[in-house]
Design a protein around this ligand. Structure first.
Ligand code: ADP
Length: 493
């Protein structure tokens, strides 16, 4: 395995020969082996653009996902292969881990047995133990008419409920009610949804937070004010200039930098409802159901206007159609575009669409046309002043002694908002233990945060920036990545 210098040389080589498939594959494999998971993921994705049907690359990508606990994404990467009886056993093992992560114990157990029976060297006693049958329990009842996007209700392995018509996991190979899941093999086929099975599982919230709860990020808040909030708050002014509200904003940046927090605060700022749409709310095993879920979600937002409709991980729903191997996934992208456009010019009035992604370069350019996600906004990692401000906000309701937030900001140089939240949570936990032992509340102080900061490993923003650099450094003709450029050209981080 190359040392880090060797890895760096591979990265450089891949940068100079971006179309060299064996090289990119090798780099991706090395990154995965060394645990640079986000970067490995990006490399595998790039390699897949060169060789979309390559099972080894797809397996590598799926492993990168599984190790980052992105189980749904792993299953999506594996899905086209798992339907083939001769798929590489390693894929079956990865599917088992991902299904377990999604709570589909029986599907995971099936995949594990199948993989190990075909390649005994894959046996993993620890995984096998986690797949052991749980004690008998009554079946969880799905909502009537609700097709569960991922996984069947928890159920003792190998004891399906007779007459219990449950939807089964798209990647779980045995059909519902199949008494002996480990015997015989029935590759999953696209299934048509029963009538009425499509509905949005996303929930409508009324966020209590506003921009005052978002530290720093003045440029981002200003962009959201102008693009999203002012047209709703001062429609006459916009009408006078012939401008209408509409169109969405795509927030992008490293994970944990505060995109979801910002979206929620934008809704709170307006006193609007907030619908946070995750992938599991949309993606569905049934042909056509994902599209209907998407429509139902937009309908729900329209019924609750003014509403901020927020799509997290939108790259999975809005990926470039040319990268998609399956016609029904392309249909989903087309449906998404149609919903953004609305049936008429008033359809989406009062519906503010925000989306977030860590991988904006995968988004189909059609999404960036006017009226759709026509504004890209970079949510940067926080600088020292912003980190101190985030810490102040995160600590504000706690019992506090004197706090030197700047000192903590200085030792948390590569931390993003989510990491800082982890630091505060840990410090609070430690303080709670001490207070319980002492029988009185002991206020938190600077050393508590400093001690907690030493135990938290920050999100790798550097890795994210390296990946971003690969994609955008030579692809900024339109100026779309201007905000990001100072970060990836170095100096800022
Ligand atoms: P992302 O969506 O970019 O992955 P999140 O919005 O989930 O990140 O951020 C994780 C948490 O970090 C939030 O719930 C919030 O508590 C905290 N956080 C992030 N950025 C800020 C900020 N600028 N001000 C206050 N809290 C923040």
């Amino acid at each position: 395995m190359p040392d880090d210098a060797g890895l760096q040389a591979l990265r450089e080589a891949a940068r100079f020969s971006p179309d060299n498939l064996p090289l990119r594959r090798h780099l991706a494999d090395q990154l995965l082996a060394k645990g640079y998971l986000a970067e490995a993921e990006a490399e595998y994705r790039a390699a897949l653009l060169l060789a979309p049907k390559d099972p080894e690359i797809s397996a590598g990508l799926a492993e990168a996902f599984v190790r980052q606990s992105s189980f749904g994404a792993a299953l999506t990467a594996l899905e086209p292969f798992l339907a083939e009886p001769g798929h590489p056993p390693r894929m079956g093992l990865l599917a088992a881990r991902a299904l377990l992560g999604e709570g589909d114990l029986s599907g995971a157990a099936y995949r594990y047995r199948d993989a190990v029976s075909r390649d005994p060297s894959l046996a993993d006693p620890e995984l096998a133990a986690r797949l052991a049958p749980p004690p008998a329990q009554p079946p969880a009842h799905p909502l009537p008419g609700h097709a569960q996007p991922y996984g069947q209700p928890h159920q003792p392995y190998g004891s399906p409920q007779p007459g219990y018509a449950q939807p089964h996991h798209p990647y779980s190979p045995h059909p519902p009610g199949h008494g002996q899941p480990h015997q015989g093999y029935a590759p999953p086929q696209p299934v048509h949804a029963p009538p009425g099975a499509d509905q949005s599982t996303a929930e409508v919230e009324r966020p209590p937070v506003t921009f005052a709860d978002v530290a720093g990020m003045e440029a981002v808040k200003e962009a959201l004010r102008v693009k999203l909030l002012l047209p709703v708050q001062q429609p006459e002014l916009f009408a006078a200039y012939g401008k209408r509200s509409g169109g969405g904003v795509l927030l992008y940046g490293p994970p944990g930098a505060g995109k979801t927090h910002l979206a929620r605060a934008a809704a709170g700022e307006l006193g609007a409802s907030f619908v946070n749409v995750g992938l599991a709310d949309i993606l569905d095993m049934y042909v056509g159901s994902s599209e209907r879920n998407l429509r139902a979600t937009f309908e729900m937002a329209r019924r609750n206007r003014p509403c901020v409709l927020f799509f997290d991980e939108v790259d999975a729903l809005a990926a470039r159609r040319s990268d998609m191997r399956q016609a029904h996934t392309r249909q989903l992208v087309n449906q998404f575009l149609a919903e953004l456009d609305g049936v008429d010019e008033h359809a989406n009035e009062g519906v503010l669409v925000l989306a977030a992604t860590n991988a904006p370069w995968y988004i189909d350019v059609a999404f960036r046309r006017p009226g759709r996600f026509d504004q890209l906004v970079f949510v940067p990692p926080p600088d020292a002043a912003a980190r101190a401000a985030i810490l102040r906000i995160l600590c504000r309701d706690k019992p506090l002694a004197e706090m030197d937030y700047d000192a903590v900001a200085r030792v948390t140089e590569q931390f993003v908002g989510a990491d800082l939240k982890g630091v505060v949570d840990r410090a609070v936990e430690a303080k709670l233990h001490q207070s319980i032992a002492a029988g009185r509340p002991i206020p938190m102080s600077t050393p508590d945060l400093l001690a907690a900061a030493r135990t938290v490993r920050p999100t790798s923003v550097r890795e994210w920036l390296a990946t971003a650099r690969n994609y955008v450094l030579h692809a900024n003709e339109s100026g779309a990545w201007d905000e990001l450029m100072p970060w990836i050209k170095g100096g800022k981080w």
